[in-house]
Ligand binder design. Structure first.
Ligand code: PSU
Ligand code: MN
Length: 307
């Protein structure tokens, strides 16, 4: 039911550092042809830092950890034939032998099943603005509560309700750690004004925290850890400027009656239009940084004794 590439299977077996990457940001988060370039660039970042990349997706109904270049291209160019798969959608995609790109939630589940502990993405899903009315809360949050994977991100996407997302993650018992910061990054911007409960200043410190959490899972249900890395200084956008753009994007989504899984891809595309592509530049830069940091943590973890 789960296919690992030869390279990933060997690396997991030998305890080499491996970093999982998601595919929804390729198929539904970024425009073509930039999406395919980014998919390759993220794998290159992971390799440059000394780890093995494992991009996750479902190809012709086969859940795969470690997509080949041809499979990456298939998911990047398939357009609407490629499904956006959250955890609940994977089994149906398997039965129907369809192609699907995995969100943070589904990628975590498949990475954990393959024995991969590190995963890099851009921004996780979270509590949407107006969730008190719509109940739109991403399954990424509940997955973090139950699946033992370190997710490296730039916080939750700025289009969300960030204070509510932090509250929800606290309710679920998910540890949040700032990488060289005390504050939750706001995806496009470095600061959100929201304090994080913990901070780590090196990959080794993150690896140490993760080892402790995994050992504690003997007495408590296992879950993930969210490592929050601010976007690179050179490309980060000022928060007040981003907020104005988000308001316009949200108004457009509301007017178009967008609901459910279509909300996030719609808002990301609207952000790109409203910023004349600037939001995509930030998104790509932070993805690359997160891939590199995840690889560094994977290397630190691999050099410590097994948990
Ligand atoms: N981060 C990005 N681009 C994306 C996503 C995250 O920079 O496209 C995707 C992730 O796959 C995440 C999903 O899991 O959006 C969240 O979707 P939803 O809000 O429908 O749960
Ligand atoms: Mn949703």
């Amino acid at each position: 039911m789960l296919r690992l590439s030869e390279e990933v299977a060997v690396a997991v077996d030998e305890g080499q550092p491996v970093v999982a990457l998601e595919s929804t940001l390729i198929s539904h988060g970024l425009p073509h042809p930039q999406n395919l370039e980014v998919a390759h660039a993220l794998e290159a970042e992971v390799r440059a830092a000394g780890a093995v990349p494992a991009t996750v997706g479902v190809v012709g109904g086969v859940p795969t950890v470690g997509l080949t270049a041809a499979e990456l291209e298939r998911l990047a160019t398939g357009g609407s034939a490629v499904r956006k798969l959250s955890r609940r959608d994977v089994a149906l995609c398997v039965v129907q032998r369809a192609d699907g790109a995995t969100t943070v939630a589904a990628t975590m589940a498949l990475a954990a099943a393959a024995g991969v502990a590190l995963f890099a993405t851009g921004g996780i899903g979270g509590v949407h603005r107006g969730a008190g009315h719509s109940w739109d809360v991403s399954a990424d949050l509940t997955e973090l509560a139950r699946t033992p994977v370190v997710v490296v991100c730039a916080g939750a996407k700025a289009i969300l309700d960030l204070p509510a997302t932090l509250e929800y993650l606290e309710t679920l018992g998910v540890p949040l750690v700032g990488f060289g910061t005390d504050e939750l990054p706001a995806f496009y911007s470095r600061s959100s004004g929201l304090a994080l409960p913990a901070r780590a200043d090196s990959p080794e410190a993150v690896a140490g925290l993760w080892r402790a959490q995994r050992r504690l899972s003997a007495m408590a249900a296992p879950g993930g850890l969210l490592l929050c890395v601010p976007p690179p200084d050179e490309v980060a956008l000022p928060r007040d400027q981003v907020e104005a753009v988000i308001e316009r994007a949200l108004t457009r989504a509301e007017a178009a009656g967008i609901r459910g899984p279509a909300v996030t891809p719609f808002l990301l595309a609207a952000m790109a239009e409203e910023t004349h592509g600037e939001s995509i530049g930030v998104n790509v830069a932070l993805l690359r940084r997160n891939a590199r940091v995840a690889a560094q943590v994977a290397c630190a973890l691999a050099s410590q004794p097994p948990i």
